[in-house]
Design a protein around this ligand. Structure first.
Ligand SMILES: Cc1cc2nc3c(=O)[nH]c(=O)nc-3n(C[C@H](O)[C@H](O)[C@H](O)COP(=O)(O)OP(=O)(O)OC[C@H]3O[C@@H](n4cnc5c(N)ncnc54)[C@H](O)[C@@H]3O)c2cc1C
Length: 408
């Protein structure tokens, strides 16, 4: 069902969103569709906001949200730009298939779309009415006053709304201020670092029957996926201490060559095709999600600000998309403005079990993928090989059961 704000009577008139990542931009769309005025503030300049390393899986659960929002325009653009998520799976480093899945396991033609991050950001931004996003303005603080919240920015300006939403990522300043702090405590290091980037698939011996592959070694793994237009995004994880750098081995390309030297094709050919300048390395973190509620009064959080997860399921951004829709949906209907704080707490406790499950499952998949003992790797690969596909599929089915709807 396609519903727009014209058909709905919202309970709040203005939402202030902090952060122009996937969560904040999607929330802006959801508010507009729900007939709510929205102002989004982003601390970076527009060019930087529209940037980002490598690609991202927008899986079926999140794609269902985009099918509803913006008259399906974003959904259509994603398919035109990106690569469909089709058959793919986990492999051992010598190329033996361990687990292969295909979209049929959830009765769909595809499991969603993968896009390069700048292209995803561009589409989400371009499809918003101009003036919605205000860049180069950093959130500083907030103050609640009766039936509104006043927001203070570092350039000295202020804004007033019915609700403030922190969609400002892993180091959320809104979350810090909710806790009465200037800075948020450090997140939890996963024990791995990750390199990301993209390459042209031409002349590389990719197995065309798979749109994505993740290849498991000892304490490291290498993955790639189709992002449309003959291009592919890659990622590579390696167990390492936090704060590491590639300088000791010259550069990222040299580090990848060294770590993945004993992987079968297509990994060596992919690495040979990479341009060092386009490779981005960072450490991987998460935070234990709070059970129940994570906001206060008229202030809440979505996406990584509320529940950053490890990227092993490719669902962190998808959870931000689900959050955005579920939050806007609660504002719709004949509820009074003074009910807003309790609606926000309802949103948080509704979302908490699902995001906690993603957090836990993501850690478990990461532990398996990053196993580094010989015996551990042997057992992992053997169990995956012997597990029937239908049984392995079942462990991910709940992720794809999400069916967004404006109906309450
Ligand atoms: C290696 C890797 C691979 C991943 N792969 C996937 C995947 O395939 N699929 C998937 O769904 N997820 C994936 N994720 C997770 C995903 O990237 C995040 O969950 C997602 O980007 C979170 O979106 P967000 O909008 O909540 O936060 P962010 O994307 O972090 O956006 C926050 C925004 O807030 C802005 N901001 C910060 N502070 C302020 C301030 N004080 N004032 C104003 N603005 C501010 C920032 O500049 C930024 O633009 C991956 C993550 C990693 C690390």
């Amino acid at each position: 069902m396609q519903t727009t704000g014209k058909a709905i009577k919202p309970s709040v008139s203005k939402v202030i969103v902090i952060g122009g990542g996937i969560g904040g931009l999607t929330l802006a769309h959801a508010c507009i569709d729900a007939g709510i005025s929205v102002e989004l503030y982003e601390k970076r300049q527009l060019d930087a906001m529209l940037h980002g390393p490598g690609g991202i899986f927008i899986q079926r659960n999140a794609m269902r949200v985009y099918k509803i929002l913006c008259s399906g325009k974003i959904y259509k653009r994603f398919y035109e730009q990106g690569g469909k998520i089709l058959k793919g799976g986990f492999f051992s480093k010598n190329g033996t298939p361990l687990y292969i899945n295909s979209p049929q396991f959830v009765g769909e033609e595809d499991l969603g779309v993968c896009l390069l991050r700048p292209e995803l950001q561009q589409i989400l931004y371009e499809t918003l009415p101009s003036g919605t996003v205000r860049t180069s303005i950093a959130f500083k603080d907030f103050e609640e006053a009766g039936d509104s919240v006043r927001v203070y920015f570092s350039d000295g300006t202020t804004a007033v709304g019915d609700v403030l939403v922190g969609a400002d990522g892993l180091y959320s300043k809104v979350r810090a201020r909710l806790n009465g702090k200037e800075r948020l405590e450090e997140p939890l290091y996963s024990g791995t670092c990750c390199w990301r980037g993209y390459f042209d698939g031409e002349n590389i011996p990719l197995d065309k029957q798979y749109s994505w592959m993740e290849i498991w070694g000892r304490g490291n793994r290498f993955g790639y996926f189709d992002v449309g237009g003959g291009r592919f995004s890659f990622y590579a994880f390696n167990n390492s201490k936090p704060g590491g750098s590639d300088d000791t081995v010259e550069d990222s390309l040299a580090a990848l060559r060294l770590i993945f030297s004993d992987y079968a094709e297509p990994v060596p050919s992919i690495i040979a095709a990479l341009d060092d300048a386009s490779i981005y390395r960072d450490d991987i973190f998460d935070r234990q999600p709070k059970s129940g509620e994570w906001g206060r009064g008229r202030v809440t959080l979505i996406g990584d600000a509320a529940h950053p997860v490890q990227p092993n399921l490719g669902q962190g951004g998808c959870m931000a998309v689900e959050d955005a829709f579920e939050l806007a949906k609660l504002f719709v209907g004949s509820v009074s403005n003074d009910q807003v704080p309790s609606l926000l707490r309802q949103f948080e406790s509704n979302r908490s079990p699902r995001v906690t499950r993603v957090f836990t499952t993501s850690r478990q998949v990461g532990q398996l993928g990053q196993t580094d003992s010989v015996i551990g790797c042997f057992l992992r690969n053997w169990i995956y090989k012997l597990t029937p596909t239908w049984l392995a599929d079942l462990q991910f089915q709940w992720l794809f059961d999400y069916q967004p709807s404006w109906k309450k």
